[in-house]
Write a protein that binds this ligand. Structure first.
Ligand code: URA
Ligand code: URA
Length: 172
């Protein structure tokens, strides 16, 4: 969802129960937090592009609530679709939300707490790994929030987007 001409593409893991019902990525609690992060960056959901590695909700038979991590096979099955989205949109920067999105993109497990904040390259496009917003909801520690914000400041710099003093000092 979003602007196909956006220089910023945000990639999550998979639709959850809320997204499955609404047919739109990141609309549940984690999505609402993501929307707030996007706004804090000075953008809106309409001006960035938001996608997931998986295009449908990992099935949880008999359960209309709760989500599970996609399997490696599921991620491999959906990856060509995401690759084509990236090819069409040609973002300047990709933000990968969480360990699973990183694993889906790069095809190998990563220690997210070690690589977040460190630029990676995905098929020639700079990619910033950061924590998934659902992790922020589970772990309310201010250090974790600050880390995600620092990662987003790096993204703004890379995009050449203006950064206000207020944005710089959110956590100071
Ligand atoms: N988590 C994700 O990774 N993607 C969504 O669309 C919603 C929650
Ligand atoms: N654990 C996860 O699964 N994702 C994160 O983003 C951080 C910790």
């Amino acid at each position: 969802v979003g602007d196909i001409h956006s220089p910023l593409m945000i990639v999550g893991e998979a639709p959850g129960a809320d997204e499955d019902v609404q047919g739109e990525p990141f609309v549940g609690p984690a999505g609402q937090l993501l929307t707030r992060i996007i706004k804090a960056m000075g953008f809106s959901r309409e001006t960035v592009y938001i996608a997931n590695v998986l295009k449908c909700r990992p099935d949880t038979p008999g359960q209309s609530y709760g989500n599970r991590k996609p399997t490696v096979d599921e991620m491999k099955t959906c990856l060509p679709y995401l690759l084509e989205q990236i090819n069409l949109i040609q973002p300047k920067v990709i933000v990968a939300l969480g360990a699973t999105a990183m694993e889906g993109l790069f095809g190998k497990p990563v220690p997210i707490s070690k690589i977040r904040g460190h630029w990676q390259t995905f098929n020639g496009t700079p990619a910033m790994p950061t924590y998934h917003p659902s992790y922020l909801l589970r772990n309310q520690a201010p250090t974790v929030k600050r880390e995600v914000w620092e990662d987003m400041l790096q993204v703004l710099e890379r995009l050449g987007a203006p950064i206000t003093e207020k944005q710089r000092n959110y956590f100071k």
